[in-house]
Design a protein around this ligand. Structure first.
Ligand SMILES: CCC(=O)SCCNC(=O)CCNC(=O)[C@H](O)C(C)(C)COP(=O)(O)OP(=O)(O)OC[C@H]1O[C@@H](n2cnc3c(N)ncnc32)[C@H](O)[C@@H]1OP(=O)(O)O
Length: 306
């Protein structure tokens, strides 16, 4: 993953502290007394559905939230699945891009309400929340350019999930809604913190406080959505939504994997670190591409950028 790959090139500062936490396997391990194995066991008690990963030769993987009979709600075992898929992606050295989608034409309806009812005590709720914060923080920090493909509905935790990608595409009939207020909740999977960074605090407060239904137009207007795809049924001859999402993503992942992954790393450090630390990190990442094969090949070809 991004942090693992940078381990050798940085030994101080904020990243170092993050690296130490990551090395212990969890974003929260040094913040809360958080026993990941304990919560994993509790989550496995609520089975159903799966989170499926397809790694393609193109360097673009597809992660599918798959529980169609419950509108792709996250069962407990799917939360564990998600964390395991993120680990697989962290270890995928050739990867460049990631598309996160829901199965059967809808994105994700959040937590499985059956599991939510069964673990409604605050202690277990907070453990689940820390587990998902960890998995989604690591998803966002992957050295892959990631895009959420939103078809149908993204509700509650489903809306939080899409904020853990670099970009969001919506099909024209799709809807994003942070319904937490209607459930007597606020986001807990890190969705509020990420939303503020994407749309700013004013818009984030409107979306959370009003449980506003965000269609593709509003999504584009406030910067939550990066592109709109026609619904599959409205389109003939231009492929499925997934194919169109792959086509949209292709311009950002075209080229050698080390360069694309380096681009994600410098953006990530710019987004997450104080300037001095980000500059140090940028220098370290720069050192991994300067004089490397892609750089030497470009110099030898005397390329022009017309
Ligand atoms: C982190 C905090 C959270 O995420 S709290 C959870 C927030 N999410 C919700 O409250 C979603 C509640 N569900 C809904 O509003 C509707 O089911 C939506 C998604 C709009 C779909 O409506 P509609 O197209 O009419 O289908 P439907 O209601 O018949 O649903 C089909 C079956 O799916 C189920 N389902 C749906 N969402 C969930 C969920 N989050 N957890 C568990 N089950 C869910 C429905 O109960 C329904 O099942 P069944 O066919 O009645 O057995």
């Amino acid at each position: 993953m991004v942090l693992c790959a940078l381990r050798s090139s940085s030994c101080c500062g904020v990243w170092s502290r993050l690296l130490q936490r990551q090395a212990r396997g969890c974003v929260h391990s040094s913040v809360h007394s958080f026993n990941q194995d304990g919560i994993r066991e509790k989550l496995q008690v609520f089975p159903g559905g799966s989170v499926d990963l397809l790694k393609q030769d193109s360097g673009v993987a597809v992660l599918t939230i798959n529980n169609p009979s419950r509108m792709n709600a996250f069962s407990g075992s799917m939360m564990v699945d998600l964390e395991e898929r993120v680990t697989q992606l962290e270890n995928w050295a050739d990867g460049k891009g990631l598309i996160v989608q829901g199965a059967a034409g809808t994105f994700c309806s959040g937590s499985d309400l059956n599991a939510v009812r069964a673990i409604s005590n605050p202690q277990d709720g907070m453990k689940m929340c820390m587990f998902m914060q960890d998995a989604l923080t690591r998803l966002l920090r992957l050295p892959l350019v990631s895009v959420a493909l939103v078809e149908g509905k993204a509700l509650g935790g489903g809306a939080e999930l899409l904020t853990a990608c670099d970009f969001r595409l919506m099909t024209s009939g799709s809807l994003i809604q942070f319904v937490h207020k209607h459930m007597g909740l606020v986001p807990g999977w890190g969705g509020a913190a990420r939303l503020v960074r994407i749309v700013g605090s004013q818009n984030a407060l409107k979306l959370l406080g009003g449980a506003v239904k965000v269609d593709s137009k509003l999504g584009c207007d406030i910067g939550l959505t990066d592109g709109v795809l026609e619904d599959d049924q409205e389109v003939t001859g231009v492929g499925t939504s997934l194919q169109r999402a792959e086509s949209w993503l292709s311009r950002y992942v075209e080229g050698p994997a080390p360069v694309i992954r380096a681009a994600k790393r410098v953006v990530l450090s710019g987004r997450e670190l104080p300037l001095t630390e980000a500059l140090r990190m940028e220098k370290d990442v720069f050192g991994t591409v300067w004089g490397a094969p892609a750089n030497l090949q470009a110099l030898a070809s005397k390329s022009k950028h017309r």
